[in-house]
Design a protein around this ligand. Structure first.
Ligand code: ADP
Ligand code: MG
Length: 285
């Protein structure tokens, strides 16, 4: 059913929206036993929407300051916040810094605005109400001129084929599917359980993802793929035996670093890639 040989394998993959950057990966992918995946944008849609706004200042002013800094970011969370602002004119923001795995810092109308997670507030020694640590949903907290002012609650959802993608990996020789995420552990756990993922780790900074992958790779018997989409995923994509980028909405850096690029936003194509590798091998050998 699938064309013969390595060239045929690469062609069959390409017809399925899967780009192999070398025939060696077509062979190596058949030996995979561990697949480590990012959450946001890889297993979930990465399309957030604002659900709720909680602020101790005028809500419109609060949203205007937040939107101004988020307009300078390409993060899926930032896109949700900018979309929520609708047609409204966005204020200029300056001195924007992206703080990996935490959020943003910038200047709007002479005010210093921080927008991100609780780790960001802790990094800048900003006091906040303890209860926000217990919110089991994604929030973006905001501080203006060193003062915590509130948060917006945002939601993301699993991709339609995410559970099937994990199931198909298990059916195609993958012993362990692991999820690594910068998002809160409580959310990561919920998604992992819903999708049938074997192990999960949340609250990870980019360097924590590297440390986790090193730990996983210590077991010599493992052949490990990492699947991700973000700039933050580049180091782990490079470190894994096979780096797989979700290319449909993924960052250019992730696509360039990866060995295999899934050109649609369907994680089930990872199992398709393994199947094509196996079919190719059976005719080459
Ligand atoms: P993931 O591993 O889930 O893809 P990232 O490493 O991209 O997550 O981000 C980790 C966390 O950092 C996010 O869950 C969010 O809390 C925070 N964050 C990152 N960028 C932004 C931003 N532009 N605005 C608000 N929060 C952000
Ligand atoms: Mg991501």
């Amino acid at each position: 059913s699938i064309p013969l040989g390595y060239f045929g394998g690469i062609g069959a993959a390409s017809a399925n929206g899967i780009l192999f950057k070398g025939s060696n990966f077509l062979d190596l992918i058949t030996k995979l036993n561990t697949v480590v995946m990012d959450k946001t944008g890889t297993l979930t849609k990465g399309v957030f929407s604002v659900q709720q706004v909680e602020s101790s200042m005028d809500e419109q002013e609060f949203l205007d300051l937040l939107t101004a800094v988020e307009a300078k970011s390409t993060h899926p969370i930032a896109k949700a916040i900018v979309a929520y602002a609708g047609e409204k004119e966005i204020r200029p923001a300056e001195n924007i810094e992206e703080i990996a795995g935490m959020g943003l810092k910038g200047r709007v109308n002479g005010k210093e605005v921080l927008a991100g997670n609780v780790k960001l507030l802790e990094k800048f020694n900003i006091g906040f109400e303890a209860k926000i640590k217990n919110i089991e949903e994604s929030i973006v907290v905001v501080a203006v001129d060193q003062q915590y002012l509130g948060y917006v609650l945002i939601a993301d959802e699993a991709k339609e084929d995410a559970a099937d993608a994990v199931k198909q990996l298990h059916e195609n020789g993958i012993k362990q599917v692991v999820m690594l995420s910068g998002d809160k552990t409580a959310i990561v756990k919920k998604v992992a359980l819903a999708l049938g993922i074997d192990a999960y780790y949340g609250d990870l900074l980019p360097e924590d993802k590297v440390a986790r992958l090193e730990e996983i790779k210590k077991d010599q018997a493992r052949v490990v793929a990492f699947v991700g989409d973000g700039i933050n995923d580049t180091p782990v994509l490079a470190m894994s035996d096979i780096g797989i980028a979700m290319g449909a909405m993924g960052s250019d850096a992730a696509i360039e670093t990866a060995d295999v690029v899934i050109q649609t936003d369907q994680p089930s194509k990872i199992a398709t890639a393994i199947k094509i590798g196996k079919a190719t091998k059976s005719v080459v050998i």
